[in-house]
Design a protein around this ligand. Sequence first.
Ligand code: GLN
Length: 382
Amino acid sequence: MSGASTAYEPAVLVLEDGRRFTGRAFGARGTTVGEAVFNTGMTGYQETLTDPSYHRQVVVMTAPHIGNTGWNDEDDESSRIWVSGFVVRDPALRPSNWRSSRSLDAELAAQGVVGISGLDTRALTRHLRERGAMRVGIFSGADGELSAKDQLDIVAASPQMSGSALAPEVSTAQPYVVPAVGDRRFTVAAVDLGIKAMTPALMAERGIEVHVLPATATFADIHAINPDGVFFSNGPGDPATAEHEVGVLREVLAARIPFFGICFGNQLLGRALGFGTYKLRYGHRGINQPVMDLGTRKVEVTAHNHGFAVDAPIGEPVAAPADPAYGRVRVSHVCLNDDVVEGLECLDLPAFSVQYHPEAAAGPHDAGYLFDRFVTLLEGER
Ligand SMILES: NC(=O)CC[C@H](N)C(=O)O
């Protein structure tokens, strides 16, 4: 039977501050390390696990019952699971869905992803919320027998998220094209910093032929496509490390090519314009975050996955700090939970970006209008 293992096999989760949680082995057995973060989505775990932005993170699901719909062959956002570990209170023993072809536990094991279940994820989440995201290890199988000190040493020796340049580790090695659905109206160069499959799909539906390029792409590579627009995707790691990508984006802005960015792409637009980025205490990860579009004053319910944010003033537009030639910029969207910047809009250049996920995989479709806004920008600049 393909359901979760019912035999009791212990596992332990060790936070870098020394706090330990014991539970049961889930998925692959062994050792994994990463940054402990929590996701509040009650559904969408398959999209979460295959979102490259979660590379090097151990994801704690706050919803207690995960795995109910199993694993299917359609909802992957990339070619593999990227999370480095997965933490679930109570995995479904019997997945049930007409599209399910195997259990979550079996898929985690098949892809070698170490998880843990049966621990108090509420206490763990409260700990992370109070103390902030931190490094963590999960140890099971023979590694569960290591001494507490050895386990803590392994966690303490693992890399920090701040200062990590991870987009090149998840990006495509070769360029590829996602054809427009129906007639091709526009060509867009999409720089893959950890792109999710739903993003080019939603562009293609709007008549865009999407040329997906590796993170190492230069402005010359983009220019060679002669695109109507440029897109920078979501992606893992610290935006402060993305010097190469920010340099390319500055050339895109100087050439006045229409630009749209999502999540990491928003952070890189912020940096290209001269704003800083900073690490949030525990980030935003889930599918019901309220965001206000400050232009229309409408509130949308949105999908988030970010641990960093742009440090830009909310209110009146300001001159882009990096270069007066970029003109004015304003914060276009803000998170109503904590006033974190969720979008940027250039007033004198054809460029905008959002920190959250209009591709909504998983999540509500409230923000889908942003892809239409990109098309309007492409039309206007033609
Ligand atoms: N989903 C993303 O693009 C995440 C961006 C960045 N790695 C962050 O954690 O904030």
